[in-house]
Ligand binder design. Structure first.
Ligand code: S3P
Length: 171
């Protein structure tokens, strides 16, 4: 594995993957790709619309194809922020681990719930959070996904840190 080739950020929705990825990529002069934005551009449709019209399993296949394509094509320094579910479906975890350095941004559920309630995390384009009980949703997600996330090469505890501080910690 060439560690310098690709860096992937994984973690629950709202854990800061995209904002940390942007800060980190400009610090180390890497390119930055947000996997969800890349899919949206390619499909000419928002994540919300894809879920609503085609369903979640269609989205999961799109996500895997996008990951396969990008991980094969990119051969210069790039940071990719993944979607919250990316490492947990199909063979994605294997692809991620075999093609780059996998960094898990670990965040406590109560912190994430507060961020979503205070509108720091955008809820609108996150179909999984189309529910009144955000806390239960987060708890269910972390229960299902913890083992996938914790298989990362590096686990970063983001508790109490802002995005800039998280990027500095990773560096
Ligand atoms: C998802 C997270 C989203 C997006 C999609 C599904 C998930 O990305 O990929 O809504 O399964 O956790 P973010 O983690 O950027 O919200």
């Amino acid at each position: 594995m060439e560690l310098s080739r690709l860096i992937y950020l994984i973690g629950l929705p709202g854990s800061g993957k995209s904002s940390v990825g942007k800060i980190l990529s400009s610090s180390i002069e890497y390119d930055f790709i947000d996997l969800d934005e890349w899919i949206e551009k390619n499909e000419k449709s928002s994540i919300k619309e894809i879920f609503a019209v085609k369903g979640e399993s269609y989205f999961r296949d799109l996500e895997t194809r996008a990951l396969q394509m990008l991980s094969e094509k990119i051969n210069s320094g790039t940071i990719i922020s993944t979607g919250g579910g990316t490492p947990c479906y199909n063979d994605n975890l294997k692809i991620l681990k075999n093609t780059g350095l996998l960094i898990y941004l670990k965040a406590d559920v109560d912190v994430l719930v507060k961020r979503i309630e205070n509108n720091i995390i955008e809820k609108d384009n996150r179909p999984l959070f189309n529910t009144a009980d955000i806390e239960s949703k987060y708890k269910a997600l972390i229960k299902d996904r913890r083992l996938f996330y914790e298989d990362a090469h590096l686990i970063v505890d983001t508790g109490g840190l802002n995005e800039k501080e998280i990027a500095e910690l990773i560096l």
